[in-house]
Design a protein around this ligand. Structure first.
Ligand code: SAM
Length: 276
């Protein structure tokens, strides 16, 4: 794929996410949380909103974020997940998103969090692609880089992305990601990739190899398929029961079928930058 095609692909992704801020359908599906990811169901009675917050709490816990951590969120969406980390863990955070409308929401949320939750909040947000980080970000070093359902857009350029991440991480810094990975090649996985503007979808083995060749140790992981299934089911149920006009229902159904049939897997990945 030429660079021009890549520019066009990311323009389309940016436009899609900017447009999503103008509709309240996504707010309804994600429980009004501002999160745009998969939930982590600690108990069967968790609401979708609770499950979404649990997911980011799990990301922070498994990657051992601490009050002295400095966390960069690539593809931060509305900024709420990383702001919740800043409040709950007490660390400083920086968020990047391609969609400028997301960054407007993130900056507004940061102002509100500062007033209502944490007066000494340290949070910065920038509208940018993770392939073109601003100097204000590349001039900093982070203990953690997190990517919550945003790495899948870049599987075709995984080496480039991991090299960029490595540059902004401290030695022994941690990359933590939740991501869709291919478990088998079928026409339905191709449909999923097309619907998500993914020219390539890596398998877990391929991602592990990419991490190793870019100087990371794959330190820990967690299979989140059951959570992905529950998340898809709860969205489908809500759309059907409440008659919500949502074309994405077909994508949620496709994802549910793929995970049920072991064609797609949703994984939490933790990798440590090798100190040398
Ligand atoms: C599924 S949403 C996840 C948002 C957020 N991480 C969360 O958990 O709520 C994916 C996000 O990745 C962002 N994104 C996609 N490509 C990107 C890129 N090249 N650079 C920065 N952000 C990107 C999108 O704009 C979108 O906000």
């Amino acid at each position: 794929m030429s660079l021009n095609d890549e520019e066009k692909r990311f323009e389309g992704i940016k436009e899609k996410w900017n447009q999503s801020t103008k509709s309240n359908v996504f707010d309804a599906l994600f429980g009004g949380t501002g999160y745009r990811t998969i939930g982590y169901y600690k108990t069967d009675s968790d609401t979708p909103a609770q499950a979404l917050r649990n997911m980011t709490a799990r990301v922070a816990e498994i990657s051992e974020m601490r009050p002295d951590s400095h966390v960069l969120d690539l593809g931060c969406g509305h900024g709420i997940p990383v702001l919740d980390i800043a409040v709950n863990i007490g660390c400083s955070v920086v968020g990047i998103d391609l969609a400028d409308e997301h960054i407007v929401l993130a900056k507004n949320a940061a102002d509100l969090y500062k007033k209502e939750k944490k007066a000494d909040l340290k949070a910065e947000f920038y509208a940018a692609s993770y392939f073109d980080l601003p100097d204000a970000v590349t001039n900093q070093k982070f203990t953690h880089v997190m990517m919550q359902t945003s790495m899948f857009y870049a599987h075709n350029r995984i080496d480039e992305l991991l090299a960029l991440i490595s540059k902004v991480l401290h030695p022994s810094g941690i990359l933590v990601s939740t991501d869709y990975l291919k478990a088998s090649d079928t026409s339905d996985t191709s449909k999923f990739m097309e619907a998500n503007e993914m020219p390539v979808m890596l398998s877990l083995d391929q991602l592990e190899s990419a991490l190793i060749r870019n100087g990371f140790e794959y330190s820990e992981g967690e299979n989140l398929d059951s959570h992905c299934l529950k998340s898809s089911e709860s969205k489908i149920d809500k759309i059907v029961q409440e008659g919500i006009p949502c074309p994405a229902v077909n994508l949620f159904k496709l994802m549910k079928g793929l995970v049920m049939n072991s064609q797609l897997t949703f994984q939490l990945i933790v990798a440590t930058k090798s100190a040398s």
